[in-house]
Design a protein around this ligand. Structure first.
Ligand code: SF4
Ligand code: ZN
Length: 305
C-alpha cells in the first residue's frame, strides 16, 4: 500500500475516500483540511484573540497544536488555552496536568477555572445531590457558561472548541432522539449571537472524524488523557457513538453524509423557526430565552448538603 501523495509506504487507509497516506502526508493532510474548514466557514480573522477550550483530551490538544501552527502565520493573532475543572474525582486532575504540559511546550498562555470557583459546587457534588438530569446534561450547560466566562476574562473575542465530525453527528442524532428540532438547527460549525452577548464559537475540527483526530494526536506524539470520564457510561450519546461506529464500519462515509445533509437542511430549519428573543436572566444577568437561565435553574435544583 503506497501513499497517494509521495508514494512512500502508507500506514493508513482512509476508507471513505479510498486513499492511503504515509505518516508525514497524513499529518499535512489533516492540517490542510482544518485550514480549509476554517476558511470555508470563515471561522477566524487575522487579528483574533482565540480562547481555545482545552480539556486535556486528544481532540482539544490536537486543536491547540494545529491552531498554534496556523497562528504563527498571523502575527496579530493571539491564543489563550482555557481549561475547565468540573470537579470530577479521579479524572480531571490528570487532564489538567496534561493540558498544562502541552501549553507550556507550545508556549501558549493557559487559564484554569473550576466549577467550584464559578458556581460554588463541583460536578460530583451537583450529581450526588440531584439526579433529575444526567451528569452530562449538568456538565455541558455549566461548562459552556464557564468557558464563556473564562474567555471574556482573558479578553478573547472568540472561542474555539474541539468538536470533531463524530461529536457533531452524534449531537444531531441526539437531538433527533430528544425530539428537539430547535437544537438540531444549532449544531453549527460557527455559533454567533448577532447581539454579541455570547462570544462567537467556532469548531475547526468539525470535518475531521474522531478516529483521524486520535491518529493525528498519536502520530505527532501528543500526550493526552486516555481514561474516560466515569460518567460517560450513563450518557445516551455513548450508545449513539457505538451505533454510528458500527454503521460507519459497514458503510464508510455515513458520518459525512449525515453532516452534509444537515448543512443543507440547516438554513430551511432555521428559517421555519420563529426567532427566539434573548433577554437577561433575572438572577445572573446572562442572556437567556426564559426569565431565569438554565445555569441558575440547575444550580437552584442542585442543593448541596
Ligand atoms: Fe462532562 Fe459527561 Fe464529558 Fe464527563 S462525559 S466530562 S460528565 S460531558
Ligand atoms: Zn506520503
Amino acid at each position: 500500500m503506497r501513499c497517494r501523495t509521495c508514494r512512500n509506504e502508507a500506514f493508513y487507509r482512509r476508507l471513505h475516500e479510498g486513499v492511503a497516506l504515509c505518516k508525514t502526508c497524513f499529518l499535512k493532510d489533516i492540517e490542510e483540511k482544518i485550514r480549509r474548514t476554517i476558511a470555508k466557514f470563515n471561522m477566524l480573522r487575522f487579528d483574533d484573540h482565540i480562547a481555545v477550550a482545552v480539556s486535556g483530551g486528544k481532540d482539544s490538544l490536537t486543536l491547540l497544536r494545529v491552531l498554534r501552527k496556523l497562528e504563527k502565520r498571523f502575527p496579530r493573532a493571539t491564543l489563550t488555552a482555557v481549561t475547565i475543572d468540573e470537579g470530577i474525582r479521579g479524572y480531571r486532575a490528570e487532564a489538567v496536568k496534561l493540558a498544562k504540559k502541552s501549553c507550556k511546550e507550545l508556549g501558549v498562555d493557559h487559564v484554569v477555572v473550576s466549577f467550584r470557583e464559578l458556581f460554588g459546587k463541583t460536578l460530583d457534588q451537583i450529581v450526588s445531590s440531584k439526579k433529575e438530569l444526567s451528569p452530562c446534561s449538568y456538565c455541558g450547560v455549566l461548562r459552556r457558561r464557564a468557558i464563556q466566562m473564562a474567555a471574556r476574562e482573558a479578553k478573547a473575542n472568540k472561542i474555539a472548541t474541539a468538536h470533531n465530525l463524530d461529536d457533531e453527528v452524534q449531537t444531531i442524532l441526539l437531538n433527533i432522539f430528544h425530539g428537539d428540532a430547535k437544537r438540531i438547527a444549532r449544531v453549527e460549525p460557527v455559533l454567533v449571537d448577532p447581539a454579541g452577548r455570547f462570544l462567537q464559537r467556532v469548531k475547526p475540527l468539525c470535518e475531521i472524524p474522531e478516529k483521524e483526530v486520535a491518529l493525528y494526536a498519536y502520530v505527532s506524539g501528543i500526550e493526552f488523557q486516555t481514561c474516560p470520564c466515569p460518567y460517560l457510561e450513563t450518557a445516551l450519546r455513548n450508545d449513539i457513538r457505538e451505533m454510528l461506529n458500527r454503521i460507519e464500519e459497514r458503510h464508510p462515509g455515513t458520518k459525512f453524509t449525515i453532516f452534509r445533509s444537515m448543512e443543507r437542511l440547516r438554513d430551511s430549519l432555521k428559517a421555519s423557526m420563529a426567532r427566539t428573543e434573548l433577554r437577561n436572566c433575572l438572577r445572573c444577568g446572562e442572556p437567556t430565552t426564559g426569565s431565569v437561565c438554565e445555569v441558575c435553574k440547575m444550580l437552584d435544583r442542585a442543593v448541596v448538603a
